[in-house]
Design a protein around this ligand. Sequence first.
Ligand code: ATP
Ligand code: MG
Length: 439
Amino acid sequence: MRLSHYFLPLLKETPKEAQIASHRLMLRAGMIQQSSAGIYSWLPLGKKVLDKIAQIVREEQNRAGALEIMMPTIQPAELWQESGRYDDYGAEMLRIRDRHDRDMLYGPTNEEQVTDIFRTHVRSYKALPLNLYHIQWKFRDEVRPRFGIMRGREFLMKDAYSFDLDADRARTAYNRMFVSYLKTFARMGLTAIPMEAETGPIGGDMSHEFIILAETGESGVYFHKDWLNADLVTSVDYDEDLQPVVDRFTSLYARADEKHDPADCPVAVDDLMSLRGIEVGHIFYFGEKYSAAMGATVAGPDGVSVPVHMGSYGIGVSRLVGGIIEASHDDKGIIWPRAVAPFDVAVINLKPDDGACSACAEDIYSRLAGAGCDPLLDDRDERPGAKLASIDLIGIPWQIVIGPRGMANGVVEVKNRATGERVEVSPDSALTMVTGDAI
Ligand code: ATP
Ligand code: MG
């Protein structure tokens, strides 16, 4: 992409309304624009990152055996009346009436809708296990939308729903999602700590929130310091028994503020850390809650029909954009982990009106694209300082800087955004460094 043809509305001033780094940086980097409280437009740079995150989530869900569907954002009230949640959900639900006076709602989540799909088509245990997910916008009329897209009213969530014959099998489904979440967040360069969560009125012990550490996080978490070096299950295969894997992780203590009881804590004080974090995922086993209320039953091997056991598994896809920035930025701007970066490398031509610089920049740019990289060419007619600052701000992992001084010696400068390291090398070596990192 040529920056001269792109839409990147950078802000010079730090927006007053933004209280945390990710919100400030997303606005300054031209990623989002507020439409109304907690509702945002995603501009090209932001949309690219959002899509990359969604794609990682999708690939890991598919690998774990979940099947992608797409349910609508607008749902009929009847389904929620069946489960009893139409009244319970309260003011967070956006209620709508259509021209025929039918009560509708903008979905805050999809348990009812997916249960309706299931009960329409599945009658026998032979169709199980089944896990259906979608990546879809949700609306929750949050009391205090804040921190930009981190606590929005409209936000993008991946929500998966598992269906199993009994509680044991449901645990297997839960474990698969548990492991897939660790893999998903690791691919984004994040350490996510699964923290035992409240299960609410349903009880049981099967609910975990996945927390990434950040000072500005809204969740307080106590955890064993080994979490910081936890082996991130990348090598775990879904064919193996996942219970020992999950046990290994859950044996490493992690509790929310309100659940941490110093008297009960098995971790020595020296090994215990207390930090703040951002909830980026939440998995939950809730058994027969919706299936019993909505008549989603399956006949078991003995022919007896029983309500199916369900779990639900959410990932805050849009929240992750902010979460990753909170975990990875400096005073110059965003530092994207390679896997979610909007572009792999920026080719910065400091002097577009210089023939040698332009020829070199064009050559590097087209060879990068040919090598399977996604390069951004800064060919704007701007001051060199402004160019360097804006590319630092938008956080592209690699920069190849081309200027007249280097050209005289046949070299370009390669800068690694994360480490700040710079080297002067030939254009060929620059290409090798950058594309080598991509493989
Ligand atoms: P929170 O405790 O942050 O309010 P929640 O428990 O209500 O979240 P879930 O229903 O578990 O959220 O939703 C699954 C995921 O969706 C959360 O882990 C979070 O990452 C994301 N999410 C929830 N609410 C919002 C929101 N208002 N804005 C952005 N992402 C959200
Ligand atoms: Mg939650």
